[in-house]
Design a protein around this ligand. Structure first.
Ligand code: AMP
Ligand code: GLY
Length: 452
């Protein structure tokens, strides 16, 4: 029998990798890949001023530009960070030109691209999820909303950059939300169809499966902190901090998530001719010890990716390759012992609007405590040539940072340690070393687990 070992080839070749996206997640992917001696060169599109320190940022606005660049440059892997490129079919266009790509097809990305599709699919597979209807008919939506107890959850079906979910505290609010979404005023096309569903009360987990269309491997469970303020108060955001592994998810719960959610999803997607390959992110609500699926995302979470990768021992390149060659079941994916906590530092208008750019200053810190992941940053053209040390409040501040906080989630302080408490401590030491005007952060990341 002929033996063909694709991993063998992987080890011999030097790779040029293109990462698509501009957030902390893409920075973290780049930082991880940078440690792999098989990586010859890293590119980002569009990237941010932080990723420019790891590789080359490129402006490639259309899928066709990306394909042409990959062909011209001899890119061996494209890793797609965010959902919009996946829902826009970038992975299909790359694969059609023979370019190895980590990320699901456009058809499989519908699990995130359409909440209406996702709910119908999940229900047809018997996966536990909140009771719902999906409809474009305001009267049907309102009747169903009134049949549920308060609060009621209303979701725009399409992609809304994390803003399309409203938890209505009264039926009047539910009805006006339904009218707003369906009129197209609030979310445009994304709100032409909506999902109305029952509110599930419990605690949330983010669980990631590396999937090759047939098999999957679950990564250590994470917990995100979606609301802006401590104690889960205030508006929903993309995520204000995360940690892993979460002690709120034991082996038994993870096994239920694998068998009740991931296994039927992969089997169902394969059966309908749209097998899922890449990272499948299940947003889980745990209600009385039982997992319910809130949502699927078809990519790594942000900030979950930033806390998973520092503990990941298996090179990402090997994972990409195992996914592509449908050998994920044969690849041991290992994580080092310990915990990782990530604290988001956002600018003062987040999540409502943009902010005036302000210089970032970073006081020196012990690099064994952790590191910084950069997200909403742009080049500090004025200061990049200067290197000034000054004393402020008895603390030595290094003004050499070439970066401006340009809005949204600016950076993450990542703490790593043998215990969760110490990882949190380390993350906040680093968070306190990062200064910019209007900095907003939660001070209770990981407390749900630490206080449990
Ligand atoms: P989604 O984008 O569907 O994950 O929703 C964003 C956030 O809204 C989730 O992370 C939850 O905090 C909340 N959420 C969504 N659906 C529900 C639900 N059925 N019950 C309770 N909270 C929900
Ligand atoms: N942290 C949640 C998300 O990436 O959607």
């Amino acid at each position: 029998m002929q033996t063909h070992n694709p991993q063998e080839n992987l080890h011999k070749v030097l790779h040029k990798v293109l990462i698509v996206g501009n957030g902390g997640r893409e920075y973290a992917l780049g930082l991880h890949l940078k440690q792999d001696s098989r990586i010859q060169e890293l590119f980002f599109t569009p990237g941010n001023a932080g990723t420019a320190l790891l590789g080359t940022n490129l402006t490639l606005p259309h899928n066709q530009d990306i394909v042409e660049f990959c062909q011209k440059e001899g890119i061996s892997w494209v890793i797609i960070g965010g959902e919009s490129a996946l829902v826009g079919g970038l992975s299909d266009e790359l694969r059609a030109r023979g370019i190895s790509t980590f990320g699901p097809s456009r058809a499989a990305a519908e699990l995130e691209g359409s909440k209406a599709f996702m709910k119908d699919f999940v229900a047809s597979c018997g996966i536990p999820t909140a009771r719902y209807i999906q409809t474009s008919d305001p009267q049907k939506a309102k009747d169903f909303a009134r049949s549920l107890s308060l609060p009621v959850v209303i979701k725009a079906s399409g992609l809304c950059a994390g803003k399309g979910v409203i938890i209505a505290q009264s039926y009047e609010e539910a009805e006006s939300t339904i009218d707003n979404m369906l009129s197209g005023k609030e979310f445009g096309q994304a709100g032409e169809c909506i999902v109305v569903e029952e509110f599930l009360s419990g605690y949330e987990l983010s669980v990631f499966g590396i999937c090759d269309g047939e098999s999957f491997t679950l990564l250590p469970p994470c917990q995100d902190h979606k609301q802006l303020y401590n104690g889960d108060k205030g508006p929903n955001t993309g995520g204000m901090g995360a940690y892993t592994p979460s002690p709120l998810c034991d082996e038994m719960l993870l096994e239920k998530i694998a068998s009740r959610i991931f296994a039927p999803t992969l089997a169902g997607m394969e059966k309908r001719g749209t097998p899922f390959s890449g990272v499948l992110f299940a947003g889980i609500m745990v209600v009385d010890g039982e997992p319910y699926l809130l949502e699927f995302n078809v990519r790594f979470g942000d900030p979950e990716c930033e806390v998973l990768l520092p503990l990941l021992q298996t090179p990402l390149l090997d994972i990409c390759h195992a996914v592509e060659s449908k050998q994920i079941a044969a690849l041991p994916i290992t994580f080092r012992q310990g915990y990782c906590v990530g604290v988001v530092l956002a600018s003062h208008n987040y999540p409502f609007g943009s902010s005036t750019p302000h210089p970032i200053t970073i006081a020196p810190f012990d690099s064994t405590l952790g590191h910084i992941c950069y997200a909403g940053v742009s080049p500090n053209k004025v200061d990049s040539s200067k290197k000034v040390d000054s004393s402020k409040g008895g603390e030595k501040v290094d003004f050499s940072s070439p970066l401006l906080a340009s809005g949204g989630r600016v950076a993450l302080a990542i703490g790593v340690a043998p215990t969760l408490a110490k990882a949190k401590h380390n993350a906040y030491i680093i968070a306190n070393c990062i200064a910019f005007e209007g900095k907003v952060l939660r001070t209770d990341i990981a407390d749900k687990a630490l206080k449990a």
